[in-house]
Design a protein around this ligand. Structure first.
Ligand code: FAD
Length: 290
């Protein structure tokens, strides 16, 4: 095993939290409580996902408006370009700017039929790099993009995927947020490879505190992330024991964060799935190491 070469000095821990737009009034109340619990931790930003093809466009905007009303934390809006013309995507970006949104997480998105090949809209942006360049022409947004420590399933090779990440940064993105992963080495080696490829933008590890292992298998299958065997064994037989599952979830994610921290990582992005408890516990552990 190669030694890790690129280990930056430990800095103070900084976090960001990702949410999805709630679908019902009950879920809206739940998100408000979650944000109420997480905002006092002083995150750098909160981000809100965007249903591919614009399916959540209005709800994404409404959720961002609610977050901006309830907290003073900067908010980032996700935006995808799949199944849309450039004009449609640009209109959403302009609506974001008009609503005071200054940070976009720019994504290609996935085809609506799961498992089918991505085909760009004939009048659309062909990939996320083109979207970043398009957004740059609209307004001086801060732009984050996606990165894949275990390589995106569509990539011709890990190197091609890194080249694509570099293209997104060169087009004007200033930060990458990774797909989730479950072993620290996965991220630390990716960070090394990105540095060697000349990518100097910050790369935030995306941490998914898995509350539901069946859902994690599904997500992982879709995005090419690997669920290690030890993790499958850890959750084996816990389907009907949510409280124990939650403890295992938090313990596993805490160990992942601890190892990342030991590897020099000081900024973390949490996929909250609109739940506060695990993320709250993880942040406390990160900020107060033993
Ligand atoms: P791209 O960077 O365009 O790349 C996708 C793949 O295609 C890469 O493997 C790349 O190497 C390859 N590729 C790109 N251009 C070319 C080319 N010209 N020729 C050959 N290969 C090429 N999805 C949503 O629908 N809504 C969200 O809110 C959302 N948020 C996300 C947040 C994060 C942090 C992450 C990691 C993912 C998110 N996704 C979201 C999922 C994302 O849309 C999918 O992973 C999608 O499949 C790829 O998007 P991308 O922006 O990485 O695409």
């Amino acid at each position: 095993v190669r030694p890790l070469s690129h280990v930056p000095a430990l800095g103070p821990v900084e976090v960001s939290f990702e949410f999805f737009p709630p679908k019902s009034t009950k879920m809206e109340d739940g998100l408000r409580q979650t944000v109420g619990a997480l905002a006092p931790l002083g995150p750098r930003f909160l981000s809100v996902t965007y249903g591919a093809g614009g399916s959540t466009r209005d709800r994404t905007l409404a959720t961002i408006a609610a977050l901006a009303h309830d907290t003073s934390v900067p908010v980032a809006a996700h935006l995808t370009c799949v199944d849309a013309t450039r004009g449609q995507v640009d209109d959403v970006a302009r609506a974001y700017w008009a609503a005071g949104i200054r940070h976009i997480v720019a994504l290609r998105g996935d085809p609506t039929t799961p498992g089918s090949r991505f085909v760009p809209h004939p009048d659309g942006y062909e990939n996320a790099a083109a979207l970043v360049a398009g957004l740059r022409r609209i307004a001086p947004f801060e732009i984050s993009v996606a990165a894949y420590p275990e390589t995106h399933p569509d990539a011709a090779s890990p190197q091609a995927d890194l080249d694509n990440l570099k293209a997104k940064i060169d087009a004007g993105a200033t930060r990458a947020i990774t797909q989730f992963f479950f072993e620290a080495e996965t991220f630390l080696r990716f960070r090394d490879r990105a540095a060697a490829a000349g990518i100097d933008a910050e790369i935030l590890p995306g941490i998914l505190p898995v509350a539901n292992i069946a859902q994690a298998y599904k997500f992982a299958d879709m995005c090419g992330a690997r669920v290690p065997d030890w993790m499958r064994r850890l959750f084996d037989g816990l389907d009907d024991q949510p409280a124990t599952r939650a403890l295992v979830t938090t313990a596993t994610a805490a160990e992942l964060c601890r190892q990342l921290r030991a590897g020099g990582v000081s900024r973390f992005h949490f996929y909250t799935l609109n739940r506060a408890e695990a993320c709250q516990a993880l942040c406390r552990l990160l900020v107060n190491p033993q």
